[in-house]
Design a protein around this ligand. Structure first.
Ligand SMILES: Cc1cc2nc3c(=O)[nH]c(=O)nc-3n(C[C@H](O)[C@H](O)[C@H](O)COP(=O)(O)OP(=O)(O)OC[C@H]3O[C@@H](n4cnc5c(N)ncnc54)[C@H](O)[C@@H]3O)c2cc1C
Length: 394
């Protein structure tokens, strides 16, 4: 396999590296330290990144985007995450859902939403699946009508009336458009009774609720979406009524796979940051009359951190390359699962190297550990990983 990068891939990687070092790194720790989760977000960094193309990177040039390939996506996410994992995710979250607009929405929906998304530097996207009483159940559908999505949508002429709540929704509080799973038939399992809607933030009867306070990824907004007799036009239904699960199944353009690649590539950047921190510390800090780099325990930790990071990078780049070559293999899902283990071990080892080191470095090492804890609660949740195993052994 040839891992060399072409000129376009290299140019995006260098652009992301520069933006990460010059714009993201200087604000990362300060945003992380803000106590109120409502105020950790920074529009300035989003606007600057958007002007460089990081918000609209995956939309096809036919629709005004940049159409970068999966290898480039992995490179960019890792570079941005090296400076701040949550800010990297804030951009790639838009990739995940803008891709959905261009692949599963009809022409009228594309005209109404894709153009606005491309033109407005503050237009960020989200998708509401999780509810206060249903997270895993919505991702590993169970054949019981009582399980999963409870947010209801009832048809009234040309509109749908939505009532209920979503929880933990990324870009909640700042997003301008949300994809939303709502129950349109509660007599059948969610596979056959859920419809996918487009919800602009100014929809009457829709509002943001509480902003969740997380240990890691503090920049990243996770809020409640609350629907109280919200009126949504029928024109905002994506695909068929009751077809939300069938719709995403039929999407062969790579969106499902992207979620796995996204988190694994982001983890590579965080691991790179941890390795750099430990190397800098080992080369500069003295302990017992000699530099830390002379201590065998520190050498062993750094060796393991680097080996794990390079193994993860190789797997991520292979997964990205396979996506681009249309090779159907479960590599991205494996990389996602592996990234959770690697990331959490690497950031813990980095923190161990720091122990009583300078307060600023320990704060940064601590942030990486907190950020990496998030991987246990997203698609890498231990039960949801069963999906991957199922795909591989079936
Ligand atoms: C940073 C962050 C961003 C997020 N962004 C979004 C977003 O944009 N949109 C969105 O919709 N959601 C989002 N989520 C929510 C996330 O997808 C859910 O937290 C996740 O799916 C788990 O659901 P839950 O929290 O309801 O846990 P539950 O499903 O209630 O699970 C709780 C515990 O029970 C275990 N469990 C569940 N089912 C089973 C089973 N069948 N057998 C054995 N054990 C089981 C789980 O492993 C877990 O340990 C986000 C979460 C975080 C932390």
């Amino acid at each position: 396999m040839d891992f060399s990068l072409n000129e376009t891939q290299l140019a995006w990687q260098m652009k992301a590296r520069k933006f990460a070092a010059e714009e993201i790194a200087p604000i990362s720790l300060a945003r992380d330290a803000i106590l109120d989760p409502k105020h950790t977000w920074d529009w300035d960094i989003i606007k600057k990144g958007s002007k460089l193309g990081f918000r609209t990177a995956v939309v096809s040039p036919a629709f005004g985007g940049h159409g970068i390939d999966f290898v480039t996506q992995a490179l960019v996410m890792a570079e941005l995450a090296k400076a701040d994992s949550a800010i990297s995710k804030a951009f790639s979250q838009c990739w995940k859902w803008s891709h959905l607009i261009s692949t599963v929405c009809n022409e009228d929906q594309k005209k109404r939403f894709l153009k606005a998304f491309i033109e407005d530097d503050t237009f960020v996207l989200g998708k509401g699946i999780t509810e206060p009483t249903a997270g895993s159940d919505n991702r590993i559908p169970i054949d019981d009508p009582k399980a999963g999505v409870r947010l209801r949508a009832e048809r009234q002429g040309d509109h749908w009336i939505l009532n209920g709540e979503k929880a933990f929704i990324a870009n909640g509080g700042v997003g301008k458009l949300f994809f939303l799973d709502a129950r349109t038939d509660s007599s059948v399992p969610i596979r056959d009774g859920v419809t996918l809607f487009l919800i602009p933030a100014d929809t009457p009867g829709f509002r943001f609720g509480k902003q969740f306070n997380k240990a890691g990824w503090r920049f990243y907004m996770n809020a409640e979406l609350i629907f109280e007799n919200a009126r949504v036009p029928h024109a905002n239904v994506i695909g068929e009524v009751n077809g939300a699960y069938r719709k995403s199944k039929g999407d062969t353009s790579g969106g499902d796979l992207f979620g796995d690649l996204e988190l694994a590539a982001n983890a590579v950047g965080v691991c790179d940051c941890a390795v750099e921190q430990s190397l800098a510390l080992a080369r500069t800090k003295e302990q017992g009359g000699k530099l830390l780099k002379e201590q065998q325990s520190v050498q062993l930790r750094i060796n393991r951190m680097m080996a794990l990071t390079e193994a993860l990078r190789a797997l991520v780049m292979r997964a990205a390359w396979e996506h681009d070559q249309k090779v159907h293999a479960p590599t991205a899902a494996l990389a996602m699962n592996y990234s959770t283990d690697v990331l959490q071990e690497v950031t813990e080892l980095n923190l161990s190297n720091h122990d009583d080191a300078s307060p600023e470095m320990a704060v940064h090492a601590d942030k990486l550990v907190r950020d990496s804890s998030v991987w246990s609660h997203l698609a890498g949740d231990s039960v949801q990983r069963m999906r991957t195993v199922r795909r591989i052994i079936k």
